[in-house]
Design a protein around this ligand. Structure first.
Ligand code: NAI
Ligand code: MG
Length: 359
């Protein structure tokens, strides 16, 4: 019997309405070819939904989403809506409620794409940022007091727990075993001498259980420079929520565009659905023009299929992306002239053209 996966599709806002359908067209082509079924249901959640209903999602949204195998997501946020809300009311809510404590964000240079790093090649730019996705700097436990007074005070507290650090560290070392056997902990424990010193301590303990994996520690300031000057030293980067957020945009930049980065918010135990989205936001400045780069979204589709166990389909999508970029079929952000749909269609055609005929 054909395997069926239930996928919740959340376009979100801005370019989500263009790149998510582009990603879905690729998913459908892969499902046809590799003999599995995707049962999709769309949910209109996001800042657009908030404009009409005063909330980012329905009250029972989490219970509804819980029944799906995965969530295929664009991004949320609109310029006219308070931008403190999208993360609190959608993105972090889903990530934490569903224990998606891994944010898996690969960085690699595709053929046919020029990196802004003049002398770096596809061999040099190929690593993964593992961003702790449930705690750290983004727990939003802060407060603003007396905002309008001379005595105004604002605090945000970072929270790191042994449990939270251990689980993301184990995931990173196990991932490194499948790659080039190196983990770089990106930290700032020389100044954040409580939270990140503890982060380092727990990671160093976990590292001892993986003697076959090289373990290094690097400060975020040096790591930022190293992304640009010597990206070849990285394999698996293990870092905190805030640092991982920033570094993954830098990762997108050295690949050539933010629009290229795919990601997974992963619950490795599969007790809850995981959520797959490009690394960028809703890009309202280019929305509605059919010029957004859909590759980050399509890559997220591949990461989703890999998570669901459809490894061959995931590989085929990646081959389709490489084929498309190698041909110079690029959107405006990469100095090309192709539209969002043309890029997605090219990946779909690649998948179909290499179809196996089963008789
Ligand atoms: P952004 O990532 O949306 O855009 C930054 C720049 O990159 C813009 O110039 C944009 O045009 C470009 N860009 C992004 N994706 C692209 C693509 N696929 N193709 C070509 N160019 C692309 O970040 P920004 O402007 O800081 O945020 C916009 C909104 O998105 C805000 O409301 C923000 O809160 C939200 N956001 C939501 C996220 C999520 O839902 N996970 C993540 C990041 C931001
Ligand atoms: Mg970000």
């Amino acid at each position: 019997m054909e395997k069926t996966y239930k996928i919740a599709v959340v376009n979100g806002d801005g370019v989500g309405a263009e790149i998510v359908p582009a990603g879905v067209s690729v998913l459908d082509a892969a499902a046809d070819k590799f003999g599995f079924k995707l049962e999709k249901e769309e949910f209109p959640f996001g800042a657009g939904y908030y404009k009409e209903h005063g909330k980012f999602m329905t009250d029972n949204a989490l219970e509804t989403l819980r029944e799906f195998d995965a969530i295929f997501f664009g991004a949320v946020g609109l310029p006219e809506i308070d931008d403190t809300l999208p993360a609190r009311d959608y993105t972090f809510k889903v990530r934490t409620s569903f224990q998606q404590y891994i944010n898996y964000r690969p960085v690699k240079l595709f053929s046919g794409v020029d990196s802004p790093l003049r002398y770096k090649t596809e061999e040099d730019i190929d690593f993964v940022v593992i961003r702790e996705n449930n705690e750290g700097e983004f727990v939003q436990s802060g407060k603003i007091l007396h905002a309008e007074e001379p005595s105004g005070v604002a605090i945000d507290t970072s929270i790191f727990t042994r449990f939270g650090i251990e689980r993301v560290a184990h995931y990173s070392f196990k991932l490194a075993r499948k790659r080039n056997k190196k983990v770089t902990n990106v930290t700032k424990s020389n100044t954040l001498i409580s939270s990140l010193a503890y982060w380092d301590q727990v990671i160093a303990e976990v590292a001892q259980e993986y003697p076959d994996v090289t373990y290094e520690k690097m400060y975020i300031d040096n790591a930022s420079a190293s992304f640009v000057l010597r990206p070849e030293i990285f394999d698996v980067i293990l870092t905190t929520n805030l640092f991982g957020d920033i570094l993954s945009d830098l990762g997108g930049a050295i690949m050539g565009s933010l629009g290229l980065g795919g990601s997974g918010n992963i619950n490795p135990e599969k007790e809850f659905p995981s959520m797959f989205e490009p690394i960028h936001g809703s890009a309202p400045d280019i929305a509605g023009k059919n010029i957004a780069n859909p590759i980050g979204q399509i890559w997220s589709a591949a990461i989703m299929l890999e998570h669901l166990g459809e490894i061959e389909a995931a590989k085929d999508i990646m081959a389709g992306i490489e084929h498309t970029t190698a041909k110079g079929n690029l959107t405006k952000d990469l100095m090309g002239t192709a539209t969002t749909t043309e890029v997605a269609d090219s990946v779909v055609e690649f998948i179909r053209a290499t179809n196996m005929v089963i008789t």
